[in-house]
Design a protein around this ligand. Structure first.
Ligand code: ACO
Length: 427
């Protein structure tokens, strides 16, 4: 951290000399920690678009240039050369693993993949059409009851806790799906790779083993890598906020899953598919649809991002993967055609150009998930499996940051000023 630069803030006739923190990619932040105490003022930033909540060495996003790096490595390189598990290790433990470290962690994942048998009863407590995000969040939180030794995590227990969560989130997700369609659950198969094992638990049935085509495994791998982290987004910030009260890892991640569920965050990929389906089924012209977006009747789902003001690099990878997958497996060509038409029309329309609205990661990812046979309700669950390494990395970084304080923003109060209580008969 470089603190040589200073910022001068004038409030009335007083000046405040504030340090400027400079990050390793030359991002600048005015350190206002002493501002309220010195001046009585706080800063006002609804939605936190200009607020740095922490210093972090996990992920770097440059929204203007459309760059995304995990621990310094560009996403494009990881997507080309790495696997999801290696990427997860990079994010959580801070470096790319050696062959031996990766093998050790793979074995741990296999050891940890079975849920405690008693935990299976919890699935029966949910109605058949219960949303899998509610089930995922509840069961991840319940894991803490079955593993009280992991409620406090040290360097000694970190690997086991990480392996348990990364491995079991996939088991829980697949069991929730099987429950929702009334099929018997399929136990994990430790001989399979992470993504193949997931597809097996999702799509095998007791008398028929599912053999996914290589393109499907590759698409799942890419989907998970692309979603693995995205610095201080809504769900990661939720995990950090909950963790800042020293809540355990399971509880903090369970909260992150709930944050991800919203339509404006992890729920956007299903909203994109609903939009594309509606356009096709009702025969709406793409241009007509965009006109209604421009009248602000509704948002163009899968477009826009708080940070990216140019192309979301994840969207480029997802677009290519969608084409590859549909090319080799066959699938819904018409939907991808509509999506492409929509992208081209929006990117040549001043409304979207002037607001710097580009396709985000969710625009093409739903097409991939549908081609894989994943039902729409499971889309945010897929995002959650992918995002797990990021949430864990943020939780652990927060826990070990000596500057961490419980997250507790201030507010500007706008309610009534002091008034006297009125007894009920006089109201
Ligand atoms: N469609 C149409 N107009 C949009 C869209 C959109 N998808 N997104 C933003 N705009 C417009 C806003 O209406 C606003 O217009 P105005 O200046 O005339 O008022 C302008 O662009 C600026 O947008 P903001 O609201 O400031 O954008 P913000 O940073 O608050 O929101 C968000 C970002 C939530 C992602 C937003 O773009 C959106 O809702 N997109 C659709 C949902 C979506 O795809 N979410 C996934 C995000 S990626 C992820 O979570 C993995």
């Amino acid at each position: 951290m470089n603190e040589e630069k200073r910022a001068l803030l004038t409030i009335g006739d007083k000046q405040y000399d504030l340090p400027i923190i400079v990050g390793s990619e030359n991002e600048h932040g005015i350190d206002i920690r002493s501002l309220r105490q010195d001046s009585g003022c706080i800063t006002f930033d609804p939605g936190y678009g200009n607020t740095g909540s922490c210093q972090s060495s996990i992920t770097y996003v440059n929204g203007e240039e459309g760059a995304l790096h995990y621990r310094g490595y560009p996403l494009e390189e990881l997507a080309e050369h790495s696997t999801f598990i290696e990427t997860a290790m990079l994010l959580i433990f801070g470096k790319l693993p050696t062959r031996q470290e990766r093998m050790f962690f793979r074995n741990m994942l296999a050891e940890e993949e079975l849920l405690h048998e008693d935990l299976l009863h919890h699935f029966n407590g949910f109605p058949p059409n219960g949303h899998p995000m509610a089930i995922l969040s509840a069961i991840i939180n319940s894991l803490g009851c079955y593993h009280p030794d992991l409620l406090e995590i040290s360097d000694d227990t970190l690997h086991r806790a990480v392996a348990k969560i990364i491995s079991q989130v996939r088991t829980i997700a697949a069991f929730a799906y099987k429950k929702s369609i009334g099929q018997p659950i399929m136990y994990p198969d430790p001989t399979l790779s992470y993504c193949m094992n997931f597809l097996h638990m999702m799509f095998s049935i007791p008398y028929k083993h599912y053999e996914p085509p290589p393109a499907a495994v590759e698409a799942v791998e890419l989907f998970f890598i692309v979603h693995a982290d995205h610095e201080q987004n809504c769900s990661a910030s939720t995990v950090r906020m909950v963790g800042s009260s020293q809540a355990n890892l399971f509880a903090s991640i369970s909260a992150g899953i709930c944050a991800l569920w919203g339509r404006l965050h992890g729920g956007a990929n299903s909203a994109v598919m609903q939009m594309l389906d509606e356009i096709r089924e009702r025969g709406i012209g793409v241009k007509d649809y965009l006109e209604r977006v421009k009248k602000q009747e509704f948002l163009l789902m899968g477009f826009g991002h708080r940070v990216y003001k140019s192309f979301d690099p994840r969207a480029k990878i997802m677009k290519r993967a969608a084409h590859n997958l549909l090319g080799s497996m066959g699938g819904d060509d018409e939907i991808i055609h509509i999506a492409q038409q929509m992208e081209e029309a929006a990117l040549s329309d001043d409304y979207f150009v002037s607001r710097k609205l580009y396709p985000n990661v969710d625009f093409y990812s739903g097409i991939i998930l549908r081609a894989l046979g994943i039902p729409v309700q499971m889309f945010p669950v897929m995002f959650a499996i992918g995002r797990m390494p990021g949430w864990i990395a943020h939780w652990y970084e927060e826990l070990n940051d000596p500057q961490t304080r419980i997250h507790r923003p201030r507010q500007i109060y706008t309610g009534p000023t002091r008034r006297q209580y009125i007894p009920i008969d006089e109201r």
